[in-house]
Design a protein around this ligand. Sequence first.
Ligand code: CA
Ligand code: CA
Length: 146
Amino acid sequence: MLILGIVLATGVNCDRPRGVSLTRASFYVSQNGHFACLNGSGKIPFDQVNDDFCDCEDGSDEPGTAACSNGMFHCTNAGFKPTNILSSRVNDMICDCCDGSDEWAGYVTCPNTCKEAYAKEYADKIKSNAVQAEGWEVIIVYYLKV
Ligand code: CA
Ligand code: CA
């Protein structure tokens, strides 16, 4: 919410290449038509970012495709937890991100399950807190008797 407020207040453009997190977006801005590989190994024309061909040895030019074996894809997973997955899991016909963003080619349909994932985690946390409280009660009762 805070980030959204800052973005709206400052008018910063949120557009970023597919698979790039908001925190890394500033690295994925064209510098005179070029992209600098994140490990500093070189510069490539910016239109080679996410062109489905691995150009940077660290895989940073392909955040949204499976072209680089060492690349990482960022799932925004709005409403749940943002996650980074191996780029080999992009368009592998298995839904890895709860927002379905890793299967963008449409070979399979991934429904957005982030709301359900959040609800399950929240329910599990409440259950776990209840078990913990019960445990503390037993300990307190024991020490009161001693
Ligand atoms: Ca590329
Ligand atoms: Ca996948």
